[in-house]
Design a protein around this ligand. Structure first.
Ligand code: SF4
Ligand SMILES: [Zn+2]
Length: 124
């Protein structure tokens, strides 16, 4: 999949999941509330700047975790809530996301993860 297609696809899934969360937790049945809309913008911008494109891992399994706080906690909370509900809202996207979590990481992701483990050993 091309970089542009991947960004578009992941952005759409993010929006769907944030909508599920916003509807249930912030009472907005149609549109994202301003806070969630801002969070979606932030997440899509992170996605566009992702250093691992075009073979990015799912963000939940990324060795970098490029989100800052509080966005990182907010996205994690929303994904945790919306994840299981995505099976009903968009089963295909949910299964693709699960498959992404199980996929072997790209060489670049593995190299970054290895460097991090080595750094942790040195710091310990
Ligand atoms: S968390 Fe990792 S995979 Fe997700 S956008 Fe940031 S660098 Fe890319
Ligand atoms: Zn909201």
């Amino acid at each position: 999949m091309s970089k542009t297609d991947l960004i578009e696809k992941e952005g759409q899934i993010l929006e769907k999941m944030l909508r599920i969360h916003c509807r249930a937790k912030h009472g907005n049945p149609r549109e994202l509330c301003p806070e969630c809309a801002q969070l979606l913008d932030y997440a899509v911008n992170r996605l566009k700047a992702c250093t691992f494109l075009p073979d990015k891992p799912v963000c939940g399994k990324c060795p970098i975790h490029c989100y800052r706080e509080p966005q990182r906690s907010r996205v994690r909370q929303a994904m945790k809530f919306a994840g299981p509900r995505m099976l009903f809202a968009d089963p295909r996207a949910a299964i693709e996301h699960l498959a992404g979590r199980m996929r072997r990481p790209s060489a670049k992701v593995r190299a970054v993860a290895l460097r991090q483990r080595e750094r942790l050993k040195i710091d310990a």
